[in-house]
Design a protein around this ligand. Sequence first.
Ligand SMILES: NC(=O)c1ccc[n+]([C@@H]2O[C@H](COP(=O)([O-])OP(=O)(O)OC[C@H]3O[C@@H](n4cnc5c(N)ncnc54)[C@H](O)[C@@H]3O)[C@@H](O)[C@H]2O)c1
Length: 319
Amino acid sequence: MNILVTGGAGFIGSHLCDELITQGHKVVVVDNLILGRKENIAHLFSNPHFRFVQGDILDMPFFDAVFANTAFDCVFHLAANSDIQKGGNDPIVDYQLTFSTTFNVLQCMRKYQVKQLVFSSTSALYGETSDLLTENYGPLQPVSNYGAAKLASEAYISAFSANYGIQTWITRFPNVVGERFTHGVIYDFIKKLKKNPNELEVLGNGEQIKPYVYAKDLVSGILFVWENSHERFNVYNLGVSSRTKVKEIAQMVIRELKLNAKIVYTGGERGWVGDVPEFKYDLSKIHQLGWSAKYTSNEAVRLAIQKAIEYNKNGYPTI
Ligand SMILES: NC(=O)c1ccc[n+]([C@@H]2O[C@H](COP(=O)([O-])OP(=O)(O)OC[C@H]3O[C@@H](n4cnc5c(N)ncnc54)[C@H](O)[C@@H]3O)[C@@H](O)[C@H]2O)c1
């Protein structure tokens, strides 16, 4: 298939490109590199089935030309703002990078009659609730601008899917960890400890508890949903059933780096504006379809820390 991956130079997108190329697809990546890195996909540049186009999805003449040049069979739309804190400080960030990018993808898909869309969504759209988060939970009340922009994206995707014949797979995932990460709790902790190996500042009280899924695991789940769910509009939670506390992650990072740093908590039950300190994710729908993650939350966290350290030793500019 001819596949467009938006945000393909990012953390998850680059792992997805690896897998799509391995499966024999032809992949075009569009990324403006505001958050992603060329290094994440550099190993694919010599592959004749892979093409990287640097540019901004919000620049419609540019983006339209990408669709005019290639007849895509499917779009994997991953481009978005991944700096949730930045989005909390400035609401325009998620409106543009998370929502408007989706709208532009849909407009081009409609114009060029691309029939399949796989969308990377998030647990953040469920908001803050102690209820079990199933795919049909509602009304949805996100508490971050990022979650709101993803919910708005899903709403437009639903309408375009109904009106213009775009078959859709929406996968909603929680925190994703692994090599090539561009952001997130492990990334932040390692960065802080590089600056000051004696002390680690943790945002909040460290009691925030969430599921963490390993990036390569997640990619296998996204592709599994795409290949095995055949409705016009398919929605799945993807992730792991287990969860890890932020304070445990801090301890694991310190241990793996062989440091003796003191952990200092800023206090309060959430790390930043829009942070959801705890949620329970229902995965029965994806388990019934036949997929479950290989690694537990703790295993994913430990593996991600080890990979980050390994990559840094090799001079990889992860952090
Ligand atoms: N990482 C997670 O924990 C997580 C959790 C749930 C959902 N998601 C979703 O998965 C997707 C990928 O996330 P990620 O963690 O790989 O983030 P990432 O920041 O590494 O990747 C996003 C990519 O999109 C690109 N991009 C952003 N705006 C663009 C624009 N206007 N034009 C072109 N490119 C643009 C960035 O440069 C970046 O390479 C996102 O949609 C994100 O919302 C991620």
